[in-house]
Design a binder for this molecule. Sequence first.
Ligand code: PMP
Length: 436
Amino acid sequence: VSSSLSKEEIYRLRKKHVANACILFYDPDPLQIVRAQGQYMYDEENNEYLDCINNVCHVGHCHPEVVAAAARQMAILNTNSRYLSHLNSTYSEQLTSLFPDPLDTVFFVNSGSEATELSLELCRVWNDATDFICVDSGYHGHTRSAITVSNYKFGHPRGIGKPDFIQMMELPDTYRGRYRDLETAGEKYGAEAETLVENIMSRGAKVAGFIGESAISCGGQIILPQNYLKTIYRTVRGAGGLCIADEVQVGFGRCGTGMWVFETQGVIPDIVTIGKPMGNGHPIAGVVTTRRIAEKYRLNRPEYFNTYGGNPVSMAVGLAVLDVIKKEKLVQHARDTGALFLQELKLLQQRHDCIGDVRGIGLFLGIEFVKCRDSKEPDEDTAVSVKKSMYKNKIIVSTEGRYNNIVKIKPPMKFDEANVAHFIKHFDRAIFELKC
Ligand code: PMP
């Protein structure tokens, strides 16, 4: 929708009427995006920006097939999911067929936070339990229960603090953390689950479950070391709890290893939460679980009703997204482009001492800035300056991690070799100009 309002007026109205807790990128010089296509976004003067962070617009901003599916269905029918709909049935079948057995049942919701809420409740019901194990720096959503398992939020200086019914695993960071040997770190970090289960028992409580991202995003683009989830799952299941894999950011092939990143850990979760890329920008999310877990919920709770969850328009969008991923071979594309990107970033690391680490799988990458490679002292200033410099060159990246010293990359999956070259050229120049 075009607007006759000036950018200044749009900014003024936003500041006046939208809650200030909702922040803008690049404030006080925010970006107004008026349209987007593929991996590119355009401002009101038609300047083109390379989008390196929007993992929601997974198959590309405004993909014509997804747009057409939504528009077509919007003109035919949209209603709640209490009526039979061929779209709902077909999408449920297609989606669950992408998961290993026994994950054959889905609840449709509208956001990652809702998916987290429901997944936690499924665990509580399963074992009539209250206590959860989560991971340091994790993020699973903005609602109250989701915040209780999200150290990224509860641990913030203005956060609610860690509740008593939550135990937190150390971040399995093989660059900066306690264990760095890739062969053994997973088991060593994972072993902490035993102590945390004991802590829960000694409170006289029961283990409801474990929740963890299959690759940790807000925590700093952390790739889980091998055997990490296997070790945790064994312990948590031994104590009667369920295991939730949060694939809200990384699912649907972003990491190029297959559709789901938990598969790289050789585990099958009891519950998987999915969202963001699922609707390519349309609000749709889900909780995929087993028939037995869903049945236990049905027998012990009232009907699960969610006004918009599973509506025909969302289902049409979901189907179109799956279709595009398959037709355009986006998982293989993410694997190949991601491998090239990582290789190029490693070359940059050789040229610039301020890059302490580069890591990633597929199109999920992180570049960690340090003041000194030996001490690994985090360098937030350089990371933020590089981000600003990239912005001046119309390349959008963001910074993350406990010390905000990690530049994170998770672009639409259309991101290609030419985009990698363009990114590397400007990233190199930005660091060079900072003389670090
Ligand atoms: N889980 C993860 C891993 C996320 O990154 C997010 C959103 N950043 C959520 C859950 C919550 O999703 P939403 O914002 O759609 O509620």
